[in-house]
Design a protein around this ligand. Structure first.
Ligand code: NAD
Length: 359
């Protein structure tokens, strides 16, 4: 097989991986030449910031403050509050700990103020590996990309993911798999991103059912976090197609929950694109256990095993919204392996809404 031409930009990111690696945080703060961290968290997760405080203070570093008010979809009002707080306590870096919502706040504060951002992700959203920032203002979501949005350091410590309920692990993990699936057929796909994508999916597809079966065991949590990292990395360097556009529309226009929406839509988006991507489907079949040569079947089996939500109607979408979503999603053409055909996009959304099995 002749290799296709490709271009690949490696995004500059520093990753520290391993159970217990949070203890390296003080050294990372010093390495960045800063000394007054502001801790960012979501409400109710003060145990995370307390643990970080203990580690930081034990290294005789002063914590400038803690801002535990991160919200989903990065509202600019919250970012402005956090930025004002950062200035008032004279912080010179931010440390985000939590899911994609906190990572988003860390990115938003860092890009506005120029202070470096250390991220300690505790879900599998992958946002910490991307130069992309989605923000909402007056109910409208805008997205921008800038290499300076990438965190300076990411610390993956599975110890902080042990409390993530298996149900959230599952939807967050399928959200990560969705990044990698779309990277396989992205217009700018290349052998490196494809290798990372398959390795990421393989790790998550193996680990997620084990987390559901034994939530206390650490090895699958580490394997899932490793998979999430790779899936986030390919998200950061690949253009996304139908699946991500649809989820963006559904999340943005109908306020559906992020990871759950990705979970419901993925098999249907893959089924829509399948006829146009036979090579990628064959590769996918090798990483979903139980595929037996059929990637869609492998994905369906995984979703059944995880017991995740399967219908958009169960996530709060009204039947009348199917038409509205179709209009927005099929409104403008964008690169996707199979051209966007409105009647089939409508059928895809209807199936996902009703919770039908993808075929
Ligand atoms: P999230 O951050 O809202 O977390 C989901 C839930 O899990 C929250 O209730 C949170 O408190 C809880 N949680 C997180 N870690 C936990 C832990 N270790 N133990 C117990 N509970 C824990 O949601 P998410 O799915 O991680 O991220 C979604 C957000 O990230 C969305 O706003 C999405 O747009 C954004 N995102 C951005 C990118 C990007 O590249 N810019 C990529 C993916 C997602």
């Amino acid at each position: 097989n002749k290799m296709k031409e490709f271009e690949y930009n490696v995004l500059p990111s520093r990753v520290i991986f391993g159970s217990g690696s949070v203890k390296k945080l003080p050294a990372e703060i010093e390495r960045l030449n800063v000394s007054r961290p502001l801790l960012l968290a979501t409400p109710g997760k003060s145990n995370f910031s307390n643990q970080l405080s203990d580690i930081i203070q034990a290294a005789a570093i002063t914590i400038a403050g803690t801002f535990p008010h991160a919200k989903a979809h990065t509202p600019t009002s919250v970012t402005e509050e956090a930025t004002a707080f950062l200035a008032s306590v004279a912080a010179d870096c931010v440390v985000s700990i939590g899911g994609g919502s906190v990572v988003g706040l860390g990115k938003a504060v860092s890009i506005r103020t120029g202070v470096p951002h250390i991220s300690i992700p505790t879900t599998y959203s992958g946002s910490e590996m991307t130069p992309i920032l989605g923000e909402t203002q007056n109910g409208k979501k805008t997205t921008r990309s800038d290499p300076r949005i990438l965190p300076a350091v990411v610390i993956y410590d599975a110890d902080f993911t042990m409390t993530l309920p298996p149900a959230i692990c599952s939807t967050s993990g399928i959200n990560a798999i969705a990044h990698a699936v779309e990277a396989l057929y992205a217009t700018n796909a290349n052998p490196i991103t494809s290798t990372l994508a398959l390795e990421g999916i393989k790790a998550l597809a193996a680990a997620l059912p084990q987390i559901v079966r034994s939530p206390e065991s650490k090895a699958p949590r580490e394997e899932a976090l490793y998979g999430a990292w790779l899936c986030g990395a390919v998200l950061g360097s690949s253009s996304m197609g139908l699946h991500h556009k649809l989820c963006h529309v559904l999340g943005g226009s109908f306020a559906l929950p992020h990871a759950e929406t990705h979970t419901v839509v993925l098999p249907h988006a893959l089924s829509y694109n399948a006829p146009a991507i036979p090579e990628q489907m064959a590769k996918l079949a090798t990483v979903f256990p139980g595929s037996n040569g059929d990637a869609l079947r492998g994905l369906e089996l995984l979703l059944q095993e995880l017991g995740v939500p399967r219908a958009l109607k169960d996530l709060g979408m009204e039947e009348g919204d199917i038409e509205k979503a179709t209009e927005i999603a099929a409104g403008n053409q964008y690169p996707n392996p199979r051209p966007l055909e409105k009647q089939w996009i409508r059928e895809l959304i209807r199936r996902a809404w009703a919770g039908e099995t993808a075929k």
